[in-house]
Design a protein around this ligand. Sequence first.
Ligand code: AKG
Ligand code: FE2
Length: 306
Amino acid sequence: MKIPTIDFKQLNEDNRGNTLSILHEACQNWGFFVVENHGIEERVLEKVKLLVNKHYDEKMKEEFYNSDVAKNLGKITLSNVDWESAFFISHKPTSNISQVSNTSQPLCYEKMNSKAMEEEYIPEIIKIAEKLSELMCENLGLQKSHIKQLFNGTNGPSVGTKVAKYPECPQPDLVRGLREHTDAGGIILLLQDDQVPGLEFQIDGRWFKIPPSKNNAIFVNIGDQIEVLSNGKYKSILHRVLAEKHGSRLSIATFYNPATDALISPAPELLYPGGYRFGDYLKFYNTTKFGDKEKRFLDFQSINKM
Ligand SMILES: O=C(O)CCC(=O)C(=O)O
Ligand SMILES: [Fe+2]
């Protein structure tokens, strides 16, 4: 199976329709896809990865291997922990970079607050999230700005980044890098390792391996709120990260989420008809019984509104 790939370059050309269909299919049936030719400069991506790797080697690695999780591997059952060394940075509506730096992650201020992360990478990744949100709306037959507006709340969408390494693990069958879950929010954009694997998504009950990204493509998956607003048309899919015996895996995951006070509901255009008397439905059904069910729902919904 090949991971669905969205080539942003093709959106400006004759292939736009085809690219939109690939995206629609990916959101309906896979819950994830890869974005190529996204427009973020190679130089920026390489710099961000280098800073994170360097930070891990200098400041986080030793702390991780001294932690209870690492020390207890093989001694007690590690069913409720993750073999992960990570910290979280909030970007929007407000940046917490200075707090992150002042507390547990002294490095962060110097390194992550560098131009590369906050000024060059994050604004570009937000642009990609918003472009994808517009394309999803187009595919769902919604106003282009529907997702953005839904996510807005009082102060605009919440955006944050989990900066992680999954350290090399001597006994990877005893623990997960990150236990299986779906993501709570909206659109998740991942810049990941180009060598070390580990990420897996579940399709039809079977785990599907996501290979490392060789060409700095951005891996995207959708979260629970996109499933809800699309009334279940798009799916947030279970995923996990395996611990690996050879090499530590880099993962920089940016979450484009609703504001905490955003009021979420399925888009009215995508709802099943609702709030009617069964007798009225039956009357309409009797005249449309041998027609298409989807069309009957749509027509009944619009009649019912009047
Ligand atoms: O590290 C990864 O590749 C995935 C991370 C993830 O699933 C998460 O943080 O929710
Ligand atoms: Fe996740």
